[in-house]
Design a protein around this ligand. Structure first.
Ligand code: C2E
Ligand code: CA
Ligand code: CA
Length: 863
């Protein structure tokens, strides 16, 4: 579709250029010699509250970067009619045709974006668009998913507000959240309450304004105690049904509340409310414009189109801070503090200039006087006395001016020194004295910053193996020297995106942040290998060689946690598991690690025994082609049939096997069984049926995975074309280029690769583009409520569309009824699997099933 539109656009340009030439037009479309040009289309007009901020933000960046900026207003608040849109279309197409081409279009708020998307083909062609001011996540995702469209993903910021409040009111025990019974109020209440489980020490109370009369509510506000944090969200309608404007609500709160009022959205700061972490329209504009600059400079843009920088700023009122004695130093860095009186330096700077000018003026006059006096001294003896007096005065003045100047210099010097030593102190406090690496405080700070920005990345918690032995046998000096050398080697990995810290003893932490994008396979790099390579070479201290290894615990953010302490704790747990598993290893954190270690160990023995006693069974579940109803293949699903007949589902033991590092034993067993079944099937029926085996990403981490996999096929003389790999658990995949090599190798051998559980991972759309896969398997969670949930339905539709666009086939799993089949058919799904057709069944039932299905589908075809 896109392809066609590009061509059509080019055609239009050609016609336009031709017609201009023919009519001898004076316009010539000189390409990009002058400054780049930005067009900003705003949904509203300049007099509408939020617009000046947006314009200012965009303007600042454009001015700084020397871009030409044109701004057009759609004014849809006043004219929300079809006619206005049509007029606007005419208006804009006229303008676009009669100005030099734009390099980027910025769009703010919904109407402008919708308009631009609707008319891209005929109006703006492939000029890239950057949008902001869109609150609806679906719109953000679907717009950003279009080629050449990028946009701000403006998430809510409840957490920041809660934490700001807790930082300012450290003794607080309870959040009081003011909402009401309007839909907005109920929505706000729900969003806040969802955070309650994460703050165990805090009580969350929803104060429903609609339950109070105005007088009752004032009384309530007057009696809030200092252990309670008051957050104002919505306050539109009271118990008597009386409506209040936001301004009225602000006045009521400011006049009556006995505690500061936190406010996470714009409005109220400077009018008696304290403030919070809130959207800044200027910042929106600045971010969008900065990305426009990136586009113009051909810099890397987020591949998924989503700009994750948040246009939110901490904004508080100084007067309210002091009124309630809140600590200014507890405010996050970069907080905008309004109404703050000038500091001494600021004042001094303001006063110094005029004073200096006046003194300078005096000085000049005095100098002139002196010169005149001296010249005239001989002739005007009669004036001597007066002159002398004047001279005295001028000397005095000069002296005091000099004094002032030298004092000022002294002051300047000591201020500089102070700033310098403060800076040095800060740096020192962040450094580890032994290795010169950054320390655990720095780690925490930097990590919090990175998380705050919504970045993604990986943390490696590194612990040297047997370091205690070095210390004990060779002494601390040697131990320190080893640590220094390790630190030095680790620091070679550092760059803009990678930070190394020593957080104590023999523990180091490496944080690798991914570039601005939700997820992308290529730049995320797996450092565990580099870590072991770094230690490979002996460390020589006093002619003694030390061969060190390390155990590494890995966590990914935000998948494994949202705070620095949670992530470090989990990385530590994973590191411990790595040690347990036998040192010199890297282990990725899994939720199971929090489970009692002994029960896991018990499971390990059980799984080993199950393999030995041959207690595993491979069930098969058919996968069918949507158009013919014919079986295309079967998915192999493992079961554990205990000797007492009990059947254990894989959900109970696969994750543990993965974590214990024994999943490949199961994988090999499954593949052997599948090959065996294929052989048998071939001998009994001639249909081209494949068997899919589930391969967990953890198995892919094994160096010889691909070779071993092929070896099993060869040993059964199975054609690779008959085997499918269903890749499960995709978190791992994005951090590894070498996995891609293995997958590519297997795929080149003819093995089909299916991406399992699609839609559950993070921004899985990227995997589609970057992983070597043939088929996308839409996760069951999409299918479950596809009939009732419009959103899921349209998402499913988009996934299928995108997959088809890039040449992939789509299968849906978990199909349980006919309605789902029909819906899936209507959105173009290629294959289906689920209980509606058959449950997973033992091999013995397969032949019969194939036969029945053949009959059924050929009957269908005849109809
Ligand atoms: P999966 O790969 O997503 O497998 C699909 C699961 O959905 C299977 O559960 C299957 O029985 C179930 N299912 C199929 N159709 C329907 C349906 O219409 N409705 C409902 N409610 N469920 C349906 P199962 O067999 O319990 O497998 C669970 C997971 O265990 C699998 O998820 C897969 O990730 C893992 N697994 C199973 N066998 C293996 C294996 O041999 N190796 C590996 N590594 N993982 C396996
Ligand atoms: Ca599967
Ligand atoms: Ca699945």
């Amino acid at each position: 579709m896109k392809f066609i539109s590009h061509h059509r656009h080019k055609l239009l340009v050609v016609i336009a250029v031709l017609s201009i030439c023919l009519t001898g037009g004076i316009l010539s479309y000189a390409e990009s010699d002058g400054p780049a040009r930005v067009l900003f289309i705003n949904s509203y007009n300049y007099s509408y509250g939020i617009v000046p901020g947006q314009v200012e933000g965009v303007r600042q960046i454009c001015e700084k970067e020397g871009l030409i900026l044109d701004i057009e207003f759609m004014d849809t608040k006043r004219f929300n009619t079809d006619e206005n849109y049509e007029n606007y279309y005419e208006f804009l197409s006229y303008r676009l045709a009669n100005t030099e081409p734009y390099d980027v279009i910025l769009s703010s708020d919904d109407n402008a974006l919708e308009f631009l998307r609707d008319h891209r083909e005929t109006l703006t062609g492939d000029i890239p668009i950057i949008f902001f001011g869109i609150n609806n996540t679906d719109t953000v995702f679907s717009a950003a998913g279009e080629e050449g469209i990028y946009g701000l993903y403006e998430t809510t910021s409840i957490r920041e507000n809660l934490e700001l409040a807790m930082g300012l009111v450290p003794n607080a025990k309870e959040f009081l959240i003011i909402t009401d019974n309007t839909p907005t109020g109920i929505g706000d209440a729900n969003s806040y309450m969802a955070y309650a489980p994460q703050y165990e020490n805090m009580t969350f109370t929803n104060v429903d304004f609609s339950q109070y009369t105005l007088d009752e509510f004032k009384h309530y506000l007057q009696n809030i105690n200092e252990n309670q944090i008051l957050i104002y969200m919505t306050m539109l309608i009271d118990k008597d049904g009386i409506s209040y404007t936001i301004d009225e609500a602000i006045d009521i709160l400011a006049e009556n509340a006995s505690v500061p009022v936190f406010r996470p959205t714009i409005g109220g700061v400077g009018e008696g409310l304290l403030g919070g972490f809130m959207k800044s329209y200027e910042e929106q504009g600045r971010i969008a414009a900065r990305y426009a600059v990136k586009l113009i400079n051909n810099e890397e843009m987020p591949v998924d189109g989503l700009i994750l920088e948040r246009p939110n700023l901490y904004t508080v009122d100084y007067n309210v801070m002091t009124q309630y004695g809140l600590p200014v130093e507890a405010l996050p860095e970069g907080t905008i503090i309004i109404n703050r009186p000038l500091t001494f330096t600021e004042k001094y700077e303001q006063i110094f200039l005029p004073v200096g000018l006046v003194l300078g003026g005096f000085l000049i006059i005095i100098l002139i006087l002196i010169r005149d006096n001296r010249r005239r001294r001989d002739i005007e003896i009669s004036l001597l006395e007066k002159n002398l007096a004047l001279e005295n005065l001028s000397e005095e003045l000069t002296a005091s001016e000099e004094e002032l100047r030298s004092q000022n210099e002294l002051l300047e010097d000591s201020r500089e020194q102070l700033a310098e030593s403060e800076q040095r102190y800060k740096e020192l406090a962040m450094l580890d004295a032994l290795t010169g690496l950054k320390n655990r405080y720095a780690l925490r700070n930097e990590l919090e910053d990175v998380l705050q920005q919504g970045s993604r990345g990986t943390i490696y918690f590194i612990d040297l193996d047997q370091f205690k032995y070095v210390n004990d046998s060779f002494g601390h000096l040697t131990g320190d020297a080893v640590l220094q050398e390790v630190g030095k080697r680790l620091s070679t990995l550092e760059n803009k995106q990678v930070n190394v810290n020593r957080i104590g003893g023999d523990e180091f932490v490496l944080v690798a942040v991914e570039t601005q994008r939700i997820s992308d396979v290529s730049p995320a790099y797996d450092y565990s290998k580099s870590l072991s390579q770094i230690l490979e070479k002996a460390i020589i201290i006093d002619e003694q060689a030390f061969y060190m290894t390390c155990s590494v615990g890995i966590v990914r953010f935000p998948e494994h946690g949202m705070t620095a302490s949670e992530l470090i704790r989990k990385a530590d747990i994973a590191m411990y598991q790595a040690k347990e598993a036998g040192r010199g290893r890297a282990v990725i954190y899994s939720a199971l690690m929090d489970v009692e270690a002994s029960s896991i160990l018990g499971m390990q023995n059980n799984i080993r025994q199950a393999l030995e006693k041959d207690e595993f069974v491979l069930y098969l579940q058919p996968q069918l082609a949507m158009d013919t109803g014919k079986i295309t293949g079967f998915e192999g699903l493992i079961r554990w049939q205990k000797s007492n007949g009990e059947i254990v589902s894989p959900g109970h033991f696969i994750p543990i096997a993965e974590q214990l590092g024994i999943i490949h034993h199961i994988g090999t067993w499954v593949l052997n069984r599948a090959c065996h079944m294929l052989k048998d099937l071939k001998s009994k029926s001639d249909v081209g049926i494949k068997i899919a085996v589930n391969v967990s990403a953890i198995e892919l981490t094994r160096l010889d995975f691909a070779e071993e996999f092929m070896a099993v096929l060869n040993s059964h003389s199975i054609n690779p074309e008959d085997i499918v790999i269903e890749l499960t658990e995709s978190i791992l995949l994005d951090s590894a280029r070498e996995y891609l090599d293995k997958l590519n190798f297997l795929r080149n051998q003819g093995i089909e690769i299916h991406l399992d559980d699609f839609g559950t991972g993070y921004s899985s759309l990227n995997y589609l583009r970057t992983l070597p896969i043939d088929v996308v398997k839409i996760d069951r969670s999409f299918i479950v409520d596809i009939e009732s949930n419009e959103k899921q339905r349209s998402l499913t539709k988009s996934i299928i569309e995108i997959a088809h666009n890039i040449g992939k086939t789509v299968i849906a799993e978990g199909v349980e009824n006919e309605a789902q089949v029909e819906l899936l058919r209507s959105v173009g799904c290629d294959m289906v699997q689920g209980f509606y057709f058959a449950k997973p069944m033992p091999y013995e039932q397969i032949l019969e099933f194939i036969q029945c299905n053949d009959e059924r589908s050929s009957l269908l075809e005849e109809n």
